[in-house]
Design a protein around this ligand. Sequence first.
Ligand code: ADP
Ligand code: TRP
Length: 339
Amino acid sequence: MSSPDQPVVLTCAQPTGQLHLGNYFGAVRNWTTFLDSHACYFGIVDQHAITLPYVPAELRQSCYKTLALYIACGLEPEKCNLFLQSHVTGHTELAWILACLCPLGQLERMTQFKDKAARQEEGGAGFIGSGLLYYPVLMAADILLYNADVVPVGEDQRQHVELTRDLAMKFNATYSDTFKIPKVEIPKQAARIKSLQDPTRKMSKSDPNQGGVIYLLDEPNIVTKKIKSAVTDSGSEVRASEDKPGITNLLHIMSASTGRSIEDLEQEFAGSQYGVFKAAVADAVVEMLTPIQERYKAIADDKKYLEGVFKSGADAAQKRAFKMLSKVNRKAGFIERAR
Ligand code: ADP
Ligand code: TRP
């Protein structure tokens, strides 16, 4: 699988149980580019998922579904370690040690904490759980526990990785050199995928207008319907430009689905009606999604297989995590338990 001298890439995502085109082009597909060159650790962070109100049975189902989707998207278990955060001892232990080094004010200033806390106050659980404040510390522990070299994330997570780097430097300065300072990697790829119904906003699972969001598991007729009803712009030219956000978004989607350049597509559809272009975009997306959906259907209900993947992922992750954890515990002044 991976050799010890390969650099380590780690990234994690919450178990949402569904992925849309934005998540695929902006995140998961990019992770597959590391499979042959890096030792890959991809975590499904169920412990982060409980920082907001949730239903336990749904969380469990979402974890299986998310795993099946990742595999269907090309994260082959033979080439990477896919694991559940709660299966690996060390994430919360390291988070505690890092929390003791982390200034409270720095957590209170995190943009995501402020956003999520405001939403909790408005209508959530009626209180803000401390876990929400400590969320970025647990994330720092996820990364440092594997002494990761590279952390690919979306722009919205940059601040959290910056905090991770701060905490790594602080630990190294307080105790002694222990952690590598991980590098954040934000994919350069095609601009953000926008909502089909409002191309000024990003495609997002929390968009109240779900007609603008294409999920990887949407049936072909649904995909086609959503694309055919996508908002377009005035004029009739198929061209990417700032005053044509709807058509530009569709061009990006088609380009990402086929690997063809925007210029190439503009040339092909010069003089075509919007309707013809949209039908071609729909076909391209359906063609890209078909093998993903087929693979998903073949494994999604195979609990035994999925549990096996979780087990081997956790075994490999745990091996690396224990090494780091015992080093950290020693440096922090804890006495090693006699065996
Ligand atoms: P959502 O907005 O649907 O809740 P998440 O915040 O769970 O998505 O994002 C998961 C990953 O997918 C992140 O790495 C994020 O940057 C990426 N991502 C989400 N939406 C888009 C989008 N519309 N275009 C490109 N990447 C996206
Ligand atoms: N906070 C990340 C998100 O919401 C998920 C995450 C948890 C993560 N731990 C991580 C991402 C470690 C990268 C590395 O998308």
